[in-house]
Design a protein around this ligand. Structure first.
Ligand code: HEM
Length: 409
């Protein structure tokens, strides 16, 4: 890989900033929580099979006898789930089963934009990522535009924002239950269940298909368990990809050289650019684990033991910018950085170990298909994008990102 064209400077091109973003120390304990900013330590913790999910407010989760959704499952249950869904996400499956579909959806959305001359990218990218993930999950028996509006209402209802602002911590599942108790929350969740999830279940009971819902039915999941799994996929797959697309377009529109490089490159070259944007701007900013055995970690020639029962907070934003791993100007955008062996171009943005994102190939390919079409038009930003923060995934949201077609007459 080359760093050709990268202006190795101290110009910081990361658009998102958090008070806790610091390169050091690699490992420290603050208020009883182990803070990790080092790739080697992060990997040792995330790859430890005994460590439990500690993020997404998992520790406030009470499943009351129901099976936890994949993101919250651990041990053998989790391993089995992952093995069963792996084939829906394998790069080859993504290529053969979903590429044409992505192409069709992207063409449709970009044609609409071309006709209108203006679009709200946050809406367009949500619709697109819902369309694509819905295929893999099996939510295909209702109109996607309506489902995407229902999901957006569900994820954005004021109860969520008020809760986050009040600093309360709830898991996705607790949040879903809480909302089910309030009228404002009940309606979007209920209507997602009745209009999207239930028809999908009914269709798959009549005729099994090759998707996640069919697999859950094979395993005897109840309607409520399937609903909760679908909400998890919506948050893990649809919402993350939406934010990623918004951020990637923002970077590419503000930098003519980078955009040229992306548009004229072959697939590996384009992926280099996309992965570097994801490294610099990870959507999920922190991953947390609860250890159940001591973990001896090695870094910088030192050895330390994280005790059993510790909560470990992995600072993905800092790990991805670790100078010893990614080289000079870690906060600059330099596609094709020379990275150590076995470190992916996006570094930790898809996580690591047993919970590592299964949707990684899907997300990059889907972003690439849309971006190629969108950025081939004379498009420009028509608003100043705003960054918000979602406490649930400890990640950013890009809003107020309007696009318009430049007048080329
Ligand atoms: C740019 C887009 C995406 C990013 C940045 C992202 C990031 C992540 C990360 C960091 C995790 C690990 C969580 C942990 O270790 O606790 C994860 C898990 C997961 N992601 Fe993604 N993801 C993206 C797209 C997708 C897509 C498109 C799908 C599926 C349609 C998906 C489905 C999942 C699922 C089901 C999990 C849970 C896996 C498990 O716990 O075993 N993600 N994602």
């Amino acid at each position: 890989m080359s760093q050709q064209g990268c202006p190795v400077t101290e110009r910081h091109r990361r658009k998102t900033h958090r008070p806790e973003d610091r390169p050091e120390p690699a490992l420290e304990v603050v208020d009883g929580i182990w803070q990790v900013r080092d790739l080697a330590v992060a990997r040792q913790v995330l790859r430890n099979r005994e460590a439990l999910q500690g993020g997404f407010n998992a520790e406030q989760l009470a499943m009351n006898g129901m099976r936890p959704p994949i993101l919250y499952a651990d041990g053998t249950t989790h391993r089995k789930q992952r093995a069963a869904i792996a084939r829906y996400f394998a790069p080859r499956t993504v290529d053969t089963n979903y590429h044409e579909l992505m192409d069709r959806y992207a063409t449709q959305l970009v044609d609409d934009f071309r006709r209108e001359g203006r679009t709200d990218l946050a809406q367009l990218s949500l619709l697109y990522s819902v369309m694509v993930a819905a295929q893999v999950v099996g939510l295909t028996d209702s109109p996607t535009d309506q489902m995407s509006r229902r999901l957006e209402r569900f994820f954005q209802i004021p109860a969520l924002k008020e809760t986050a602002e009040a600093g309360e911590r709830r898991s996705l599942v607790e949040e879903a239950k809480l909302r089910a108790l309030t009228l404002r929350g009940q309606l979007p969740l209920l209507s997602f269940h009745l209009r999207d999830v239930r028809p999908a279940i009914k269709a798959r009971k009549a005729k099994r298909q090759d998707d996640v819902i069919s697999h859950l039915l094979d395993e005897g999941y109840s309607q409520l368990e399937i609903l909760i799994e679908c909400v998890t996929y919506a948050a893990a797959g649809m919402v993350t990809t939406r934010e990623y697309i918004g951020m990637a377009v923002w970077h590419l529109l503000e930098d003519d050289e980078l955009r040229e490089r992306y548009l004229s490159a072959d697939k590996p070259g384009r992926y280099e650019v996309l992965h570097e944007i994801l490294r610099l701007e990870p959507i999920v900013g922190h991953l947390l684990r609860r250890t159940t055995t001591p973990i001896e970690v090695e870094f910088d020639g030192q050895t330390r033991t994280i005790p059993s029962g510790a909560l470990v907070d992995i600072h993905i934003r800092s790990v991805n910018a670790q100078r010893a791993v990614v080289g000079e100007s870690p906060l600059d955008l330099c596609p094709g950085r020379e990275l150590p062996p076995k470190v992916g171009d996006e570094v930790m943005s898809f996580g690591d170990g047993p919970h590592k994102c299964p949707g990684n190939s899907l997300a990059i390919q889907e972003a690439d298909v849309l971006l190629q079409k969108l950025l081939a038009l004379p498009v420009r930003l028509a608003s100043r994008p705003r960054i918000g923060w979602d406490e649930m995934i400890k990640g950013y949201e890009v809003r107020s990102i309007e696009l318009e077609l430049a007048d080329t007459r």
